[in-house]
Design a protein around this ligand. Structure first.
Ligand SMILES: Nc1ncnc2c1ncn2[C@@H]1O[C@H](COP(=O)(O)OP(=O)(O)OP(=O)(O)O)[C@@H](O)[C@H]1O
Ligand SMILES: [Mg+2]
Length: 234
């Protein structure tokens, strides 16, 4: 199987006053193309730092990230912007929709600047919101807004979806709907999808579970059989 990402000995620390925090202490791992990957670990264990480095939002102090064999550190600023814009779809806990634009317009905002976009309606259809295209964010529930955010991330046909606690602000039932949408995207388009969560039950949905602790990967679990969102008990 080909790797979408390979990381080698990623390290990152933050100095605040006279304390140094080691956010990443040497993370070496591989993310195969097309997988649904879940990252679990205690608060402060380095998950978001790692995800942001994969997405080109942050740089490691040392070590490297290879995206399809290319070292992100060798990209120019222009190429890095292009990488973030064309290859990576981000989904965060906050939906970050433009309140004055409809669901369709929020998605179209991205497809207008993308070289090979999906029809915004198709993107909304895959997350089950075709009939909400003309609704404003204030007219939608949290789970619906998060699914619009997923449609927006997906509509540029990214090679990877990076999701930092996408269900963190949702109740468990709504969280299942959002996770189902992410699984559907992963299956329909083979988009490599990496999801950070605090909910260990989500792990059984994934092909691969990366357990973080204290700035390191503690272990990686490969699921031979996966559950569906409906099967996981919350
Ligand atoms: N900009 C920053 N300045 C200082 N310290 C930081 C900064 N960003 C992260 N850290 C520290 O690095 C460590 C790892 O943070 P990170 O956000 O990656 O953890 P996390 O696993 O995502 O945690 P959570 O589950 O709470 O989101 C933490 O101790 C955090 O306080
Ligand atoms: Mg985090």
């Amino acid at each position: 199987m080909t790797s979408l990402f390979k990381t080698e000995q990623l390290k990152k620390s933050y100095v605040t006053g006279d304390t140094e925090i080691h956010a990443l202490r040497g993370v070496t791992t591989e993310i195969p193309s097309g997988e649904l990957v879940v990252m679990l670990g205690p608060s402060g264990s380095g998950k978001s730092t790692f995800l942001n480095i994969l997405g080109g939002l942050d740089q490691p102090a040392s070590g490297k990230v290879l995206f399809k064999g290319k070292n992100l550190a060798n990209l120019s600023d222009h190429e890095l912007t292009y990488y973030r814009r064309e290859h990576v779809g981000f989904v965060f806990q906050a939906y970050n929709l433009v309140p004055s634009l409809t669901a369709l317009e929020n998605v179209a905002l991205v497809t207008e600047i993308s070289p090979n976009p999906m029809d915004p309606l198709e993107a909304l259809a895959i997350v089950g919101l075709k009939n909400r295209a003309n609704h404003f964010p204030s007219q939608m529930s949290g789970g619906e807004q998060q699914r619009v955010a997923i449609a927006r991330a997906l509509a540029k046909r990214p090679e990877v979806l990076l999701c930092d606690e996408p269900t963190g602000a949702l109740d468990s039932e709504t969280g299942i709907v959002v996770l189902s949408a992410l699984m559907k995207v992963n299956e329909a388009y083979a988009t490599t999808t990496i999801i950070i969560t605090h909910n260990a039950a989500i792990a059984s949905l994934a092909h691969r579970v990366i357990h973080f602790s204290d700035g390191m990967i503690h272990h990686v679990q490969i699921n031979e059989t996966r559950k569906t969102p409906q099967e996981i008990a919350w």
